[in-house]
Each structure stands twice: as C-alpha cells, then as structure tokens.
Design a protein around this ligand. Structure first.
Ligand code: ZN
Length: 449
C-alpha cells in the first residue's frame, strides 16, 4: 500500500514537471506581419533602382544618381521612421575610408553604411540584433561605375526588407537593441560588412544574431526554369570560423558538428518562420555560403559572431551582375520586372518573426549541461536561470542525431529536468521562454561529469 502511494505521487510530480510544449502565438507579431506589404517593398526597390547605379565607387555628389544619392535617400527614410519611434530609432551614415587595393578598390575612397538603430528599452539588456542588406550594385565588370546597374534583386530586395522592418518594428519597444543596416562595398569584397563587424568586435558588442539578406526577391531559376516562392534558403556555417582547440575537442566529444551557434540560429529561423509565415518554409543549407560567392554574414562569422545568410531558393544568373542587354532573345540584367514581390514579402516576414521573437525573448540559459557520469536510458539536463532571475520557463529541444531539425519540445518551469529518452540517441538544446512564446536562442549542453 505504502509503495503504491509513493509511485502515484512520483508519477504525479513527474508529469507535472515536464509537458510537451504548446505552440504559443504572439498577436503583436501576427499584427506586424500583416503590416508588411508587397507594394511597399516594390516601391522601395523601384526607388533604389531609380538611382541608375549604386556601384560603391559611383558618384557621391549627385542628388539623383549613384551611391551617394541612394545613401542619402535611405538615411532620409530612416529619419522619417525615427519621428514615429518616440526617439528610440536613430539614423546615421557610418563613413569610413578604404585604401586602394589594386583590385576592386582603385583609389582611396570614403564609403558609408546607412544604419538605423532601434535602442533597446532595457538598460540592463546589452543584446544586439543586426539585419543587413547591401546597397551597392554592379554589372558584368565589377569596376564599371558608369553603366546602369539596377540591382533590383541584388540587393535592393535585401535593403527593402531592412527598411520595411525598420519602419514596422520601430513603432514597437523591445528590450534588446536592433540595428537595421544597408551596407556598401559588398561587391567590392564585403567591405562595409567587414567594417561593421570589426567595429562591433572592437567595441565588444553582444551580437546574438546577425541576419544577412542578399537576393531574396527572385523566384524563377535560370537554366532549370523552376518557379518556387514557397522556400527560402538559410545558410549557416558548420564549424565556427574562430573555433579554438579547446572548443574543437568539446565538439568532437559531444558530436556537435551540426550544432554551431549559427546553425542553432538557422533552426530557430525555421521554427518561427513556419509558425508565423504562411506558405513559406525554410530550407536549411549546411554551408556558410554558395560556391564561388560570399556574403556579408561572413565577416561577422569571422569575428566570432553568430550570423546567417538568407537567400532565395532559386537564383537566376541571367539577372545577376549582368550588363543590361538582349542576346539571342534573352533579356539580361537585374531588373524590377523579373522580381516576385509577394515572395519578397514572405521572406521579409521570416526576418520579422526572427527579430521580434529574439528581441522580446528572455536571455538564454547559462551553464547548460547534460549529465554523463552514469549509464542510464534517460537524459538529465540542468542549467542556471539567466542572471539568476526567475523565468517563466524553459524549452528543451530534442531531435534524433540524424535529424536536421528539432522534433520534440518539452516545457519545464524548473532549471533541471530528466527526460525518459536516452542521451546517447538524441541531441538537446535549452532555451528560455516567456508566456507569449518568445524564446531565446537555444544553448547546446556541455557534458557534466
Ligand atoms: Zn548580393
């Protein structure tokens, strides 16, 4: 009899302690998603194209043509959004000088990233989120500063997403800081992004996620003629660029080859996108970027930050880096007429769901560990509340070792849990979560011996 009572109580405690997570939706995020309009994105892309060329080394004096006019216009738009932000959004052009390199920079030049910073409302929260697109464009010859280089998709699409999000999100208050940036010099060697990443590193910014958007508005592939506006690729590095010997040892000991911080961010993007954005799925690509080409997330990865690249599912090489011309009946050039603005809208919403969830999320759990001192057919995990503060709860993410994405999510209030699934057969990660479902980035556990 006594024994029965004991088991009943134990079972009660056990089931009370762990619950399968329910999907919680934040109505404010849903509302913001409805505020992202394809026609606004199209108007922005058309305006950016109207500057003729946005080549990094093009005219900086003209009010209507060249990179300088484009920078001033983006800055003036950011300034307009700032008026409606209760003083929390501030815009600036971060000018810097780049030396001639005999390659893609033919003379010492002044470049400038156009930035809008939405200051976090919590003075004790130093987290920074960065979203970028590149303002500059090019044609066939990367040094051609004169010819029209519309760059509608590459990368007015990314800049339009950044601007639309600055407009919608600056009407809200987030504890963490969000930086919306249109960088320059991408086509000349990721120069603007590198400048920003190095600035951030030197100033010790706590960047928890950097989202690079480069070509997110074309849905028709060249060559294969596949039309697909229901998938977006998110590229994430496999082994972190700055992995130390100690970290490499730990990675091998825990078989963590597929769980770099950037990949954990990529999975986070997949989860929130497929929760909030209709008719869009995230294709996780297990590489930092595509063959032969780079992107603005890379200088951030190289400086030790967690960074990913969003890029359309299918690329059209007739419309990238091409002189405007018609040849054998094929129209070449990165023109507005080839874009799919509803696809661009959905991809912008994917970024929105990511930024809003992260910026409203509690901080990530600390000292996350998994017990490995005993042989057992369960998994015991423990961690500390961020900054020792009581939290609403935590999610334990679980997947089989051969699976690409999380398969099961448990919710607990406590800072430890024992799950009746073998630690040998699954990967886990823990995230802090609030009552509206905003979750921190997950933390991969280290073994506790
Ligand atoms: Zn690009």
């Amino acid at each position: 009899m006594k024994k029965t009572v004991f088991y009943t109580v134990f079972a009660f405690l056990f089931f009370n302690q762990i619950a399968i997570s329910q999907v919680v939706e934040d109505p404010e995020i849903k509302k913001m998603i409805t505020e992202i309009k394809a026609e606004n994105l199209e108007a922005t892309v058309r305006k950016l194209v109207s500057f003729g060329t946005r080549h990094t080394l093009s005219d900086t004096k003209s009010k209507t043509r060249g990179i300088g006019a484009a920078q001033q216009w983006v800055k003036s738009e950011f300034d307009k959004y700032a008026l409606e932000s209760n003083g929390r959004l501030t815009a600036a052009i971060d000018y810097f000088t780049v030396k001639a390199d005999g390659k893609r920079i033919n003379k010492d030049s002044q470049l400038g990233n156009v930035m809008a910073t939405l200051k976090g409302t919590d003075p004790n929260d130093n987290r920074v989120l960065i979203i970028s697109g590149h303002l500059d464009s090019r044609v066939s010859d990367v040094m051609n500063v004169k010819s029209d280089a519309p760059g509608a998709n590459d990368d007015a699409s990314g800049v339009a997403a950044v601007m639309e999000l600055a407009k919608v999100m600056s009407k809200r208050a987030f504890p963490a800081t969000i930086i919306f940036v249109a960088v320059v010099g991408e086509e000349q060697g990721l120069i603007g992004a590198r400048h920003l990443a190095e600035t951030a590193k030197a100033a010790n910014w706590n960047i928890v996620a950097m989202l690079n958007n480069d070509m997110i508005g074309n849905s028709l592939s060249s060559g294969t003629n596949v039309r697909d506006n229901t998938q977006i690729r998110v590229f994430s590095e496999t082994i972190p660029f700055l992995e130390t010997e100690e970290e490499a040892k730990m990675r091998k000991a825990t078989s963590r080859d597929n769980d770099s911080p950037s990949r954990l961010l990529a999975r986070y993007i997949k989860t929130v996108t497929e929760q909030y954005v209709d008719q869009l799925t995230v294709k996780l690509v297990y590489r930092n970027d595509r063959f032969l080409r780079g992107g603005d997330h890379t200088p951030f990865s190289q400086n030790g930050f967690t960074a990913v690249r969003f890029c359309e599912m299918n690329e059209n090489f007739d419309h990238q880096h091409q002189d405007l011309r018609t040849e054998n009946g094929i129209k070449y050039g990165d023109l507005v007429e080839f874009m799919d603005f509803d696809y661009l809208r959905k991809n912008t919403c994917s970024n929105l769901a990511t930024l809003a969830n992260l910026a409203w999320s509690p901080k990530a759990p600390e000292n996350v560990g998994i017990e490995v001192k005993n042989l057992s057919n369960s998994s015991a995990l423990s961690w500390n509340a961020p900054e020792e503060k009581v939290q609403y709860g935590y999610q334990i993410l679980m997947r089989e070792t051969a699976s690409s994405h999380w398969e099961k999510t448990f919710f607990v209030k406590d800072t430890k849990v024992e799950i009746p699934y073998s630690k040998d057969n699954y990967f886990f990660a823990i995230q802090t979560v609030d009552a509206l479902g905003h979750a921190s980035l997950p933390v991969f556990p280290v073994p506790i011996r």
